[in-house]
Design a protein around this ligand. Sequence first.
Ligand code: AMP
Ligand code: MG
Length: 523
Amino acid sequence: MRPLRFDNRFARDLPGDPVLQPGRRQVHGALYSHVQPSPVAAPRLVAWSPECAALVGWSEADVRAPRFTQVMAGNALLEGMQPIAANYGGHQFGQWAGQLGDGRAITLGEVVNDAGERWELQLKGAGPTPYSRTADGRAVLRSSVREFLCSEAMHHLGVPTTRALCLVATGEAVVRDMFYDGRPRAEPGAVVCRVAPSFIRFGNFELPASRDDRALLARLVDFTIRRDFPHLAQDGGEPDEGVRARWFAEVCERTAVMVAHWMRVGFVHGVMNTDNMSVLGLTIDYGPYGWIDDFDLDWTPNTTDAGGRRYRFGHQPQIAYWNLTRLAGALAPLFASHDPLHDALARYEHVYVDAYRANVAAKLGLAACADDDVALMHDLYALLKAAEVDMTIFFRGLADVDPDAPSLAPLAGAFYDGAKRDANAPAFDAWLARHAARVKADARDSRERRAAMQRVNPRYVLRNWLAQEAIDRAEAGDDAGIHELLDVMRRPYDDQSGRERFAAKRPDWARDRAGCSMLSCSS
Ligand code: AMP
Ligand code: MG
């Protein structure tokens, strides 16, 4: 295996937990603990991402080396690796939850690739850490398949995200009570290797702030600016209050851009707790996430959240803002005046509105978004909901509607319910006529418009039922479904001949099936 260059700045520059023994504990005055992955019985490489391997500087030959699987299972370390678990807190479902930390994530080290880029390698499911609380530090195959595939699918869709290098089955069973209904069962275990420039979360700052540890908080802020936002650091010197303010403003901006992408592609994160929010504005911690089939701003895939639906599709922009207000509150002790924090939060709203309007224009095939176009989109949303219409199929098909003779025909395959389609057909015809008139007002070349629409309205998304199908096959010993799905998701904006079924509506069997429409946090 090609040796990698590790430069473990988080561990080197920041204070760690002096206690080296394993064991669950509260860790004060430190931003991480030294840990060791726990070996597993019979690791087997199930899947890997060629694009992600290339990022860290590995080829197929490296990935195929037996040692690769041993390392990615947590059974061996490479020269230069220095495993740690980060210490962070968070607001979960709106409540301060205290210390959380990496309970089953273990950072192996920070790779610096040939291009000078920094990529942190992190195993998820490699055994307990001081932050595991009452849980086992392991992960089941089903949730690992979901994290692996969705990380890469999101990347190829152009959504900022952490990446996934590989998925390894452990050969060991993990016991989970999937629906918290007192019926635990043994499931196959797995480890995913995640990759990102940084896994620092809002919660990393909230924890020292909650303990009034201003010095530790300031160290982490300044470290984050220097390592992860080097363009803001003045000559690598001590960031002053102005630099810290610009940094928080950039966190707000990146978060707005990320959430706007989610809304564009119909992604519902499912658990937007502040410990699951990256300061780099990356989608992180793929748990009970889901994809919109029939359009519904109120939908959440997360059964744990079914009561309040805090993390429902249409609420995500507001929740991201609320999470940023928690981060602002944590950072406030570092600021003499809170004005810059308020200004940065206002930036979130501006950037989100701009990104939202850009989505409206792009998804509808318009050169720019006029105020009336926002209403056009909202009217469409209401129709899509009322008539139970597939979001992805509808927007993809909209490019095929001829503005000179608008009709519902190219969109017929997007409807889940014939009666609702018929009842809403006149309203759709009226909407399509409005849309056609608007498109023609742009005087844009129709081929160009169609191509532009297809670049923002994907043909393929990681539909919940597709992932579940791949999981069912993998649990039965057949990994090919994962490989094929990963390959489809590498080109989500291209029509891939022979792969029509991956663009199909949710089949009836998946409507109320666990893993498709209902997911819990149990993973
Ligand atoms: P999540 O809801 O997955 O973001 O997890 C919230 C917290 O629980 C984080 O601190 C996780 O590291 C921790 N956690 C979740 N699952 C496990 C597990 N199986 N073992 C140990 N810690 C876990
Ligand atoms: Mg988490």
